[in-house]
Design a protein around this ligand. Structure first.
Ligand SMILES: Cc1ncc(COP(=O)(O)O)c(C=O)c1O
Length: 367
């Protein structure tokens, strides 16, 4: 279903980190990876973190998000986009998704902004990009921070600007299921000096980087990266084009092989967007009469793995009762999610395995 593409380069690099990455070189790969990652995204600063969830938590904390604040997130995303809002006892406000790109819909955001709104987290879902110009304008007009959750979009771009370049800060995930993996791992990108300084202190128990005293300035988090983890990321990053190329190839294969079946919708690539397609999603037409649970069950009976399109966050047991408010406010999220699944997207997928999945999809549509 999901998994990385590891070559001798990653193995050699990790071996080097294991043999030499201690003492004065204990953060060598963390620093090298951060510098290259920031440069690639045309950002001034990068901070590697244990995962992407902690990167979001760091940034929201540094922006002063606290109890009583509201933070806007799209309904359809992994819960990690929203959970750090709850960690800080602020309130996530769920907005609808755009029916074409499946990302945060600016119109829904405009209707949800209140005097308590502190930030908007725009998620680049499955590698696609939201209508960024509209979101940037909305955030500026209302004096709200825009955060780009690019966890799933490394290698995507929007009108020539890389995913991760938008807003006050952006975050990436290197979870073992992502395009670039470190097992667990994340990155926070920033431009502002003060915000970078604040996040650096928050990341290491209230210590300023490079401080040799043990006089902690305040009680904060411990979200430091590990050199061996960064070594995997550093090596994988040299191969980014190859990794994204394979993801896009998988998506193209599914689309070509199933092109003759009417009513199937795959990840879009709107004009001006380069979609790095972390995972291929397939949304059935209402006329197929196939909900996602039934589709997944029928595929599983054929031995084919799949995953559900993200459930609307407000429908999850984690947010009890929220669906009562949000179901009617966010109709696209509830509708598209109910008909959508993710297809296998592992980076070791072969053409014949893709053929099997496609045969399976034909079978479940004519059981
Ligand atoms: C959109 C999105 N945001 C955040 C995360 C959190 O990433 P991590 O698992 O590295 O904490 C993920 C992935 O898992 C994600 O898909």
């Amino acid at each position: 279903m999901a998994g990385p593409w590891i070559t001798e380069l990653e193995i050699r690099t990790v071996e080097d980190a294991m043999r030499n990455g201690w003492y004065e070189r204990a953060y060598w790969y963390c620093e090298a990876f951060q510098v290259e990652f920031a440069k690639y995204h045309n950002r001034r600063y990068a901070l590697m973190t244990p995962n992407c969830t902690t990167a979001i938590h760091l940034l929201l904390t540094a922006l002063g998000v606290e109890e009583g604040d509201e933070v806007i997130v799209p309904e359809c995303t992994w819960i990690a986009s929203a959970a750090p809002i709850n960690y800080l006892r602020a309130t996530p406000v769920f907005c609808d998704i755009d029916p074409e790109n499946w990302c945060l819909d600016p119109q829904s955001v405009a209707q949800a902004i209140t005097p308590r709104t502190k930030a908007i987290i725009a998620v680049d879902l499955f590698g696609n990009m939201p209508l960024m110009n509209e979101l940037v304008t909305l955030a500026e007009q209302h004096g709200i921070h825009l955060i780009e959750d690019s966890a799933e979009a490394l290698g995507s771009s929007y009108h020539g600007v890389r995913a991760g370049r938008f807003g006050v800060g952006s975050v990436f995930s290197f979870h073992r299921t992502k395009t670039l993996v470190t097992g667990e791992g994340g990155m926070l990108l920033l431009d502002d000096d003060k915000l970078f300084d604040r996040c650096s202190v928050l990341r290491d128990h209230g210590r300023r980087p490079g401080t040799t005293t043990y006089l902690n300035e305040e009680v904060t988090y411990k979200y430091m990266p590990f050199n061996v983890q960064a070594a995997i990321g550093y090596a994988q990053f040299q191969r980014l084009d190859e990794l994204v190329g394979k993801k896009r190839w998988i998506w193209q294969c599914y689309k070509e092989r199933l092109a003759d079946i009417g009513g199937l919708t795959f990840n879009a690539e709107p004009n001006g967007v380069l979609n790095s397609v972390w995972i291929t999603a397939l949304v059935f037409d209402p006329s197929h009469g196939l909900g996602k649970a039934e589709a997944m069950k029928r595929l599983s009976d054929l031995g084919i793995p799949s995953r559900p399109f993200f459930y609307p966050l407000s429908s999850l047991p984690a947010y009890p009762g929220a669906g009562v408010t949000y179901r009617s406010r966010n109709p696209h999220a509830y509708d598209i999610s109910s008909r959508g699944i993710n297809l296998p997207g592992a980076l070791n997928l072969t053409e014949s395995q893709i053929d099997e999945v496609c045969d399976g999809i034909r079978k479940i549509l004519r059981p």
